[in-house]
Design a protein around this ligand. Structure first.
Ligand SMILES: NC(=O)c1ccc[n+]([C@@H]2O[C@H](COP(=O)([O-])OP(=O)(O)OC[C@H]3O[C@@H](n4cnc5c(N)ncnc54)[C@H](O)[C@@H]3O)[C@@H](O)[C@H]2O)c1
Ligand SMILES: O=c1ccn([C@@H]2O[C@H](COP(=O)(O)OP(=O)(O)O[C@H]3O[C@H](CO)[C@@H](O)[C@H](O)[C@H]3O)[C@@H](O)[C@H]2O)c(=O)[nH]1
Length: 446
């Protein structure tokens, strides 16, 4: 089938490449001409495991093309996926201006039937806005004869595991009011269905809501565990035991129960804000989700609180090593990363930082451009611990899991670790002479 994908961020690139890999002809479109120029040369602007190889393969085999002209992208397409950004706008409302701009462009350029599929995460009512924009434009062009359908098809991939998530989704959600379109969407997704994971056909509003409900539920589990972790630290429990104790109840399940330095990324923070807003716009007070957000904001400071207790409020002259800057491992994405809050707070209090991340340093340099003189970036985890007052672990990259503890001790000014991702066993750290602070397991180190 012929497919056009508009937006070549995470979701657009993965969507386009995976559909191409299933034998479809895909045109990816982006407004960013520089990005398209690089993509045409086969250069991928993001770090996502396996993506470079898959893009190269599908380009070489002639199924994947890039253009900045929507007209070329939709010329032969039956499906036109919208995968542009929907960042947090004023007062936490999702900014859907890029979606509106794309709807406009499609309506100006289309000249045959199209199924317009929205993959971006958008507030309830966006599909009908897209429909209205297109209808009005077609009327202005005197092309009311042109037919089109709108589908809501939210995406559930995780960064770092994006290809696997897209190729083998737990479920595919399709919101449509048209039976024929539902059948065509089912055909398109058939090759991705394994293990009887369902394709769920529903109305458009429910599909739009499902995406926010999923992210809000996952964020809720994390904030819940972070709150429990704080309680563990106060009363002397171990969050790792509590996690096993509740996760083995099949009604609860193990995934997404890790306490840590707070959730970040391009999705949870913005989508939690957006659903709170949808609630208030519709007279529904989203109390649970509002609390989830508040807990997360506080959680990003939890490590800093421990650090200030240890070193005092004024950190002038102190030097800290940081392992991990990206919001999670296996990505170079710095959007809403807890490292931003933590590092800024340390710098504000007079400290300097030596930071290492396997992939995110270039992105981090942009984020911290205003305070670059206080951050030294290094290309090796060992270089980040030279002569530091303490090491702070913020992102759980696999390579940080089993450090040589003797080597660590030799290079650090003092053997103190603040671990925001509970990577090490508190008793082992203690036995090896470390002062070790972590999240919800501090009873072992007091
Ligand atoms: N990042 C994820 O892991 C993820 C997962 C699931 C859903 N989502 C949702 O998918 C959407 C896209 O997210 P993303 O992270 O891929 O976004 P992104 O910000 O990384 O990329 C968006 C792309 O759209 C392009 N764009 C903007 N306006 C355009 C226009 N008018 N015409 C053509 N291109 C345009 C931008 O240049 C950019 O390349 C968001 O709504 C997000 O919430 C993201
Ligand atoms: O037990 C956990 C699991 C995750 N996190 C944190 O939560 C954030 C988000 O992690 P993750 O969900 O793995 O990454 P994303 O790529 O942001 O994916 C989420 O957001 C996407 C965009 O909407 C959705 O498509 C995915 O289904 C959803 O998992 C990160 O900061 C993690 O460190 C925790 O603190 N504890």
């Amino acid at each position: 089938m012929n497919i056009c994908v508009i937006g070549t961020g995470y979701v657009g690139l993965i969507t386009g490449t995976c559909f191409a890999d299933m034998g479809n002809k895909v045109w990816c479109v982006d407004i960013d001409a520089q990005k398209i120029k690089k993509l045409k040369q086969g250069k991928i602007p993001i770090y996502e495991p396996g993506l470079q190889e898959l893009v190269t393969k599908n380009m070489q085999e002639g199924r994947l093309e890039f253009t900045s002209a929507i007209k070329d992208g939709i010329k032969d397409a039956l499906f036109c996926f919208i995968a542009v950004g929907t960042p947090t706008g004023i007062d936490g409302v999702a900014d859907i201006s890029a979606i509106q701009a794309v709807a406009n462009k499609i309506s100006i350029n289309m000249d045959k039937y199209l199924i317009i599929v929205n993959k971006s995460t958008v507030p309830v009512g966006t599909a009908s806005q897209i429909r209205n924009i297109i209808k009005e434009q077609l009327k202005a062009r005197k092309r009311e004869d042109l037919e089109f359908d709108i589908v809501s098809n939210p995406e559930f991939l995780k960064e770092g595991a994006a290809i696997e998530d897209f190729m083998h989704p737990d479920r595919i959600v399709i919101g449509t009011d048209n039976i024929r379109t539902a059948e065509l969407m089912k055909q398109l997704y058939e090759p991705f269905v394994r293990n009887q994971n369902p394709i769920l056909i529903m109305d458009i509003t429910s599909a739009e809501l499902t995406k926010y409900a999923a992210n809000a539920m996952l964020a809720t589990r994390i904030s819940f565990m972070n709150e429990m972790a704080r309680l563990c630290d106060q009363v002397g429990g171990d969050i790792a035991h509590v996690r096993l104790g509740i996760g083995t109840d099949r009604r609860i399940g193990m995934p997404f129960l890790y306490a840590g330095a707070g959730y970040g990324g391009s999705c949870f923070p913005k989508d939690v804000k957006a659903i709170i807003n949808t609630g208030s716009e519709n007279g529904v007070s989203m109390d649970i989700i509002a609390a989830v957000e508040k807990v997360n904001e506080n959680q990003k400071y939890y490590l800093v609180e421990m650090l200030l207790k240890r070193f005092g409020e004024d950190l002038t002259g102190k030097k800290f090593g940081v392992w991990g800057l990206a919001f999670k491992p296996q990505t170079d994405d710095m959007r809403e990363a807890p490292s931003i809050v933590i590092i800024r707070e340390l710098l504000f209090r007079g400290a300097t930082v030596t930071a290492y991340d396997p992939e995110a340093i270039e992105q981090a340099k942009k984020v911290f451009a205003d305070c670059e003189q206080h951050i030294q970036y290094v290309d090796d985890s060992k270089k980040a611990i030279q002569n530091v007052d303490a090491l702070i672990v913020i992102t759980e990259w696999r390579q940080f899991r089993q450090p040589d503890l003797n080597e660590l001790k030799c290079h650090m000014k003092s053997p103190i670790i603040f671990d925001g991702r509970n990577q090490y066993k508190p008793n082992i750290m203690k036995e090896n002479g470390f002062e070790y602070y972590c999240i919800g397991r501090n009873c072992f180190v007091k």
